[in-house]
Design a protein around this ligand. Structure first.
Ligand SMILES: [Zn+2]
Length: 171
């Protein structure tokens, strides 16, 4: 299992807790922390690490700990994701009718990459090369479109994971 952590040198104050956790966990897990300098570096990070072993994507402003890694890693489902709140207070996860949810719903039709496991088996079914758009902000949406085409839903892990996003910034 490898963990990918794309980051940018912006909003650094929102990343302090994530970086502290990373500095502890990198001693135990194979974490590839990679600065993304342009719009498609995140896409390339996925592409270059796809199809090798189980993946966890851990975005720079998600505060995760070993218990969260273990929860995803020990689950036998192929796509697992923690739900989290967006700046507008809604959840990243959505039901079939596109409504967000903050209860303990077990499956979601939409996955946000914030803290998500994609098994090796699933990486052979959905690949980044199938994405229509490669911009960093669209990758999880593209993945979710492909899930929908295949009638695949993501297994949601709880409780909500903390998304340390300054509400003064959109996106
Ligand atoms: Zn799971």
């Amino acid at each position: 299992m490898r963990i990918l952590m794309p980051y940018v040198n912006k909003r650094v104050n929102n990343q302090i807790e994530t970086i502290n956790s990373y500095n502890l966990l990198k001693l135990k897990y194979h974490i590839i922390r990679k600065e993304t300098n342009n719009d498609i570096d995140y896409f390339n990070l996925l592409l270059n690490n796809w199809g090798i072993e189980d993946l966890i994507i851990w975005e720079m402003d998600i505060i995760a700990y070993e218990c969260n890694i273990r929860s995803l890693n020990e689950c036998d489902k192929d796509i697992c994701s923690y739900n989290y709140k967006l700046t507008n207070g809604n959840s990243i996860c959505r039901n079939k009718d596109r409504t967000p949810f903050l209860d303990n719903t077990e499956y979601s039709d939409r996955v946000g990459f914030g803290f998500t496991k994609i098994s090796l088996a699933m990486q052979k079914i959905i690949t980044p090369s199938q994405f229509k758009r490669k911009s960093w902000s669209t990758l999880d949406t593209e993945f979710s479109y492909l899930m929908k085409d295949l009638d695949i839903t993501a297994h949601i892990h709880w409780p909500l994971i903390e998304h340390n996003h300054d509400p003064r910034y959109l996106g």
